[in-house]
Ligand binder design. Structure first.
Ligand SMILES: [Zn+2]
Length: 70
């Protein structure tokens, strides 16, 4: 699957994320401005990537973005 079809510029978007650190710690985060996440187990800080995997979907049970920014 092609993974180069987006580049995200984070803008303080609200986040709900399950997190798995390389140290074995699992955590859950809810909050705004999640540009960086710190592991509660080992203290490692991670920067959020600008790439997110996208998958094709079919049907009409969505409300997708369709228009370009001005
Ligand atoms: Zn960790």
């Amino acid at each position: 699957m092609k993974t180069e079809n987006n580049f995200i510029q984070w803008k303080g978007t609200d986040l709900c994320m399950d997190f798995h650190c390389e140290c074995g710690t699992h955590n859950h985060y809810d909050g705004f401005f999640a540009y960086y996440v710190k592991c509660s187990g080992c203290g490692q800080v991670y920067k959020m990537d600008t790439k997110v995997k996208m998958e094709k979907v079919y049907g009409n049970n969505f409300n997708p973005l369709e228009n370009e920014c001005e």
